[in-house]
Design a protein around this ligand. Structure first.
Ligand SMILES: [Zn+2]
Length: 336
């Protein structure tokens, strides 16, 4: 039996270990992908620290990694239309038996030399898109894309706010720029993150601790407030602050995950202004294909998104760097 290296999370102990495991064999309708790049996401940090648990646990142990790109190594039975050696990016999850399962959470993901993928989760990758940049399209780019275009339904010229300028938020700013939102107001406590927000296309970047935050948002939006606010951080205080600067009928979209309760401090004001709070997770099935096309067409550019590339053996180090925000990373990539 052929073995491969994989970074596995042991669910009872939350230990992350690099192990040799059997190289999977593609079944009917599946391909085996040689992983060339796999992103490290804040939800990986949260799976390891235990604040996030798989909805449909695959057993005691799972290979992490839901942002995966590589080349097809082997085709399973009855697979047509794909060839070995083809460059691909993988959807971050799939529906099985009516349940939405997330790659690298509910089933084995791409922090490994090889990963299995159902053909329905494969997207062909044009040569013009570097493999590291492709790897982060599922999730780091597609999740804010889904939040902006599907859940919040942002229209051109609408005022928007983005809380948390990490991996999702930095891309959120770029995507809001691409869909014509204006103004784009970024909020982050870290000065480097605020600078990055401005570099990536925000019109204004504010510190959440600034007592004049509400005043400044109102001044920037003709006294209207925000048509849509995005919590990419998953922080209770963010949600309460965002609700104070929403325009009438404004939407607060919750993208960052947290197990903390959701509080509406002033229920009367919330109802009077007809505010909405919307949960968001993942993206529509066509999101990755749309984003690959927009990137190939020069409308989006993720060349600044890859902070560093590390070997798979350094998975724990990468997780720690994201957790401590050392070097303020947007995305770290593991290369098996
Ligand atoms: Zn993620």
């Amino acid at each position: 039996m052929d073995l491969m290296r994989a970074a596995r999370l042991h669910l009872p102990s939350h230990a992350l270990t690099i192990e040799d495991v059997p190289r999977p064999v593609p079944g009917v309708g599946q391909v085996l992908v040689k992983v060339e790049a796999a992103g490290v996401c804040l939800s990986d940090v949260h799976l390891i620290d235990g604040t996030l648990t798989p909805t449909y646990p695959p057993g005691d142990c799972v290979t992490l990694g839901h942002e995966v790109a590589g080349t097809i190594a082997e085709l399973g039975p009855e697979v047509t239309g794909w060839t070995a050696g083809q460059r691909v990016v993988l959807q971050a999850g799939e529906v099985r038996d009516g349940r939405l399962l997330t790659r690298g959470v509910d089933y084995d993901g791409g922090w490994a030399e090889y990963a299995l993928a159902s053909v329905g989760t494969l997207f062909a990758l044009p040569d013009s898109i570097p493999i590291e940049q492709a790897a982060i399209i599922p999730d780091a780019v597609s999740t804010p894309w889904g939040a902006i275009t599907t859940t919040a339904q942002v229209r051109p010229a609408q005022a928007v706010g983005v809380w948390g300028i990490g991996g999702l938020g930095a891309h959120g700013v770029q995507l809001l720029r691409a869909v014509g939102a204006c103004p784009i107001i970024a909020v982050d406590p870290v000065p480097a993150a605020r600078r990055r927000a401005l570099d990536f296309g925000a019109d204004l970047a504010l510190d959440p601790a600034d007592p004049r935050l509400r005043e400044q948002v109102l001044a920037a939006t003709g006294n209207q407030g925000l048509a849509a606010a995005f919590d990419f951080a998953g922080v209770a205080a963010v949600r309460e602050q965002a609700l104070t600067v929403l325009a009438p009928k404004g939407r607060l979209v919750l993208v960052g995950l947290t197990d903390k309760p959701l509080t509406v401090t002033d229920g009367t004001r919330f109802s009077y202004l007809r505010h909405q709070i919307l949960g968001h997770y993942g993206s529509e099935e066509n999101a990755v294909a749309q984003l690959v096309a927009l990137t190939e067409g020069g409308r989006l550019d993720f060349s600044r998104s890859i902070t560093d590339v590390l070997p798979l053996a350094d998975a724990a180090k990468a997780v720690q760097r994201l957790h401590t925000k050392e070097g303020d990373p947007i995305r770290l990539i593991l290369r098996p």
